[in-house]
Ligand binder design. Structure first.
Ligand code: ADP
Ligand code: MG
Length: 750
């Protein structure tokens, strides 16, 4: 009898099972049945060729238009070329040394063609695709057709070389024919309340639907399963965390925190006060705080975090602050020391009674410095230790770590957060405060960050200058670009400073590709890491072949020779040695440089109030949230901020649309929502580096907010009543399955 765990070779034979395993990593019947169709083609309808993406593995329903063959000049052999059409546009399929196919690829016949979409001389192509032509009966009468084509809807599966969609459909059909079904993990009461199909029904309908209604119902049910699995596991992990012991650090009168508050040169915003109170209360508990604070760039998160850290210091414990890059860690240490003033000078002559010490611990310290820093952490002399994420991997020992603050952490996943919390597992678990400047859309907060409780700082401190943003279409209006450099010069003449941001480091050593500079494609130090693509870029938005994006090294040189020759320029990027980075940043902060040409290393945290203007080159290569973060670096002083988005993107393309949206609003929460709508799912999850990725086949963080929220409510209620899910074996099984996949994914990565 075929069940969920039956090996595929028992049902499909060794050869097919092996192919499925090597292409998709499937080994059981369950794996195959969870390989859902990506979409459904309607019989008789042809696939719109204009909608194909270059590089995708596509299954195209099309009609053969004409076929021709010629001799290859360079080698012996023939090329057979078939043009296939959707009725309006056509593309070509090329076969080498397969002239016999001429006899079956007859003009007028329709069929499915599968292969990788490429572009050659501005034309779409499928190179030696696999295909299956419909038989005459199939074409004449859908109902008489062979089994694979029996339904009105043809499932289109994510396919691979050698395993086209129709082969997958055949495998699934073979499995479903012998399928006795499995027990439904969802309690019937829940299914009825929410209105969900039974699991077996859903599996049949998703693979072999009779109509789109069946597809919709099946999808809804399968999405629910995924959402509920994730939510149950999060609800349980929240509950477990809530039960762990943590050092209670109630606020005290007359400590360093009170002293700090008294010395603050500004009044806290309402949001800072409110979030501050939440944190103070969380830290007073005997169980760990697990909180995410979201706040616009410049909303004053650092002060909020510092006050929480001081509360912990007041109770005789230490706080660690982690940043994604060494530049940022150094910057944090500097700004914490500045904010603290005398209060950071414990042990020095004349320092105030409650003073503490801020210690920077990064990889680029000299051996002696490092030794001292480690000593300060271990002895407790440092109340606050600032470092990069490596701080937690490096087994640095603390005298008594009470709080971990993770700043700008959208590249920091659930697993790493667990590692953090697990650090002192045998004793108490430190409190955790996570801060992000990228507002997180609700669905992402509920899943990827679902192990945290969230707060938001929605207002900016008073007196913050407004930022105006303008798109500069350099291709259409080259004169505007000259005007940009003029404007930069004017700002500098007026005593202010300017950032110029480029998507790439330069020096020619980095291979570049289109779209590589989205925040998803970045390494931990904020540097752009392009992914290689085999196909020439440019097809996607009809730009023709695009030049490679501007690079810091080259642009800095060009500006130095040309339009900005009278100004003091510096260049900053992730490939500089840490000391050099730090030196450049320090000179810019001190006003010794007028213009800083940089990569996105300046994206987060950098704070130079005198910088009033930011020019972002090739702005279309950045994601919307990233642009928003970047521009938050200006307008921090008294002068109004100005952000110029220079682009060669063609008007009315999605790329230009994104830039127009960024120019149209300064509301980060709104932009985060728009940004999410623009992205592909993988980007969202990839960025969060979450193991959740593999578990979500059907559920979309972009589109399924309602299901996610509803399932979240159910999960919370079930877990509160029955934390170990003893009365709900089906649900417990869903978690086990989910965790097994996460573990598999995690192992693959490491
Ligand atoms: P971010 O949320 O981007 O980390 P910061 O904490 O770096 O923001 O704050 C940006 C700047 O605003 C800093 O110079 C900080 O000292 C200042 N600041 C923070 N809170 C206030 C406030 N309530 N009033 C005035 N300035 C503030
Ligand atoms: Mg900050």
């Amino acid at each position: 009898m075929t069940g969920w765990d039956t090996n595929l070779d028992r049902v499909l034979g060794g050869k097919t099972a092996k192919a499925l395993n090597s292409s998709f990593g499937m080994s059981t019947v369950g794996d195959l049945l969870r390989h859902y169709p990506r979409r459904y083609a309607e019989r008789g309808e042809l696939t719109a060729i204009g909608g194909l993406e270059i590089g995708e593995h596509a299954t195209v329903l099309a009609r053969v238009e004409r076929v021709g063959k010629r001799k290859m000049r360079s080698r012996r052999g023939t090329i057979l070329q078939a043009r296939i059409t959707d009725g309006s546009r056509s593309m070509s399929c090329t076969f080498f040394n397969q002239a016999w196919r001429e006899r079956e690829l007859l003009p007028g016949r329709t069929g499915m063609f599968a292969g990788k979409v490429t572009a050659y001389r501005n034309e779409l192509q499928l190179a030696h695709p696999e295909y299956q032509l419909f038989t005459e009966e199939e074409e004449a009468d859908a109902h008489d057709a062979a089994r694979d084509f029996a339904a009105a809807l043809i499932p289109v599966y994510p396919a691979a070389q050698g395993l086209p969609s129709w082969s997958l459909a055949r495998c699934v059909a073979q499995v479903l024919d012998g399928w006795q079904g499995v027990e439904d993990p969802l309690p019937e009461s829940l299914r009825e309340r929410v209105g969900l199909l039974g699991l077996n029904q859903a599996l049949h309908w998703i693979h072999r639907p009779d109509g789109t209604n069946q597809v919709d119902e099946a999808r809804h049910r399968l999405k629910w399963d995924e959402a509920l699995g994730v939510q149950l596991s999060l609800a349980r992990s929240r509950l477990r965390q809530d039960e762990r012991p943590a050092p209670a650090c109630p606020p005290i009168d007359g400590g360093v925190r009170a002293d700090f508050d008294r010395r603050l040169p500004f009044a806290l915003t309402e949001g800072q006060v409110e979030v501050g109170e939440q944190l103070a209360a969380d830290l007073s508990e005997r169980h760990p705080m697990n909180r995410l604070v979201q706040g616009e760039v410049g909303s004053g998160k650092t002060v909020v975090a510092l006050r929480a850290m001081l509360q912990v210091v007041d109770s005789g414990r230490q706080a660690a602050m982690l940043a994604p890059t060494e530049v940022l860690a150094a910057q944090h240490a500097r700004s914490l020391r500045e904010l603290l003033g005398e209060l950071a000078r414990a042990g020095e002559f004349d320092s105030p009674e409650h003073a503490t010490r801020v210690t920077l611990l990064t990889g680029s310290l000299s051996a002696a410095q490092r030794k001292q820093a480690l000593l300060d952490a271990a002895s407790g002399a440092a109340g606050i230790v600032v470092g990069t994420h490596a701080l937690i991997q490096d087994q640095v020992s603390f005298a008594d770590l009470g709080l971990v603050v993770v700043d700008e952490q959208h590249r920091f996943g659930v697993e790493q957060r667990d590692a953090l919390r697990g650090r002192a597992a045998e004793q108490a678990c430190p409190h955790l405060l996570v801060m992000t400047a990228t507002p997180i859309p609700r669905t992402v907060a509920m899943t990827v960050f679902g192990d945290l409780r969230t707060s938001a700082l929605r207002e900016l401190p008073r007196g913050r200058s407004p930022i105006s943003t303008t798109v500069v279409p350099a291709a259409e209006k080259p004169a505007w670009l000259d005007r940009v450099w003029q404007r930069v010069t004017e700002e500098v003449t007026a005593g202010r400073q300017v950032y110029v941001v480029c998507p790439r480091v330069g020096d020619g050593t980095v291979v570049d590709s289109e779209g590589s500079s989205r925040s998803g494609g970045e390494s931990a130090d904020g540097e752009v890491v392009p992914e290689a693509v085999d196909d020439p870029p440019g097809g996607a938005e009809g730009n023709g072949s695009r030049r490679s994006p501007l690079a810091v090294v080259e642009l800095a040189e060009r500006l130095r020779q040309g339009p900005l020759r009278d100004l003091r320029l510096g260049a900053l990027h992730g490939r500089l040695a840490a000391d050099d980075k730090d030196a450049v940043m320090r000179r810019f902060a001190a006003g010794e440089l007028d213009v800083l040409v940089a990569t996105t290393v300046i994206e987060v945290g950098v704070d130079v109030p005198n910088a009033s203007t930011m020019v972002i080159m090739d702005a279309d290569r950045f994601g919307m949230s990233q642009l928003h973060q970047l521009r938050g670096r200006v307008g921090r002083g008294s002068a109004p901020g100005l952000c110029l988005l220079v682009t060669e993107a063609v008007p009315q393309t999605p790329a230009r649309g994104r830039l127009d949206a960024v120019a149209s609003t300064t509301d980060g929460f709104e932009l985060a929502r728009l940004d999410l709508l623009q992205r592909r799912e993988g980007d969202v999850l990839g960025e969060a580096q979450s193991g959740t990725k593999s578990a979500l086949r059907m559920l979309s963080l972009v589109h399924d907010e309602e299901v996610i929220a509803e399932a979240g409510g159910e999960a919370e209620a079930v877990v509160r009543q029955d934390p170990e899910l003893r009365a709900h074996p089906g649900l417990a099984g869903m978690i086990t399955e989910l965790l097994a996949e996460e573990r598999a994914e995690f192992l693959e990565k490491s």
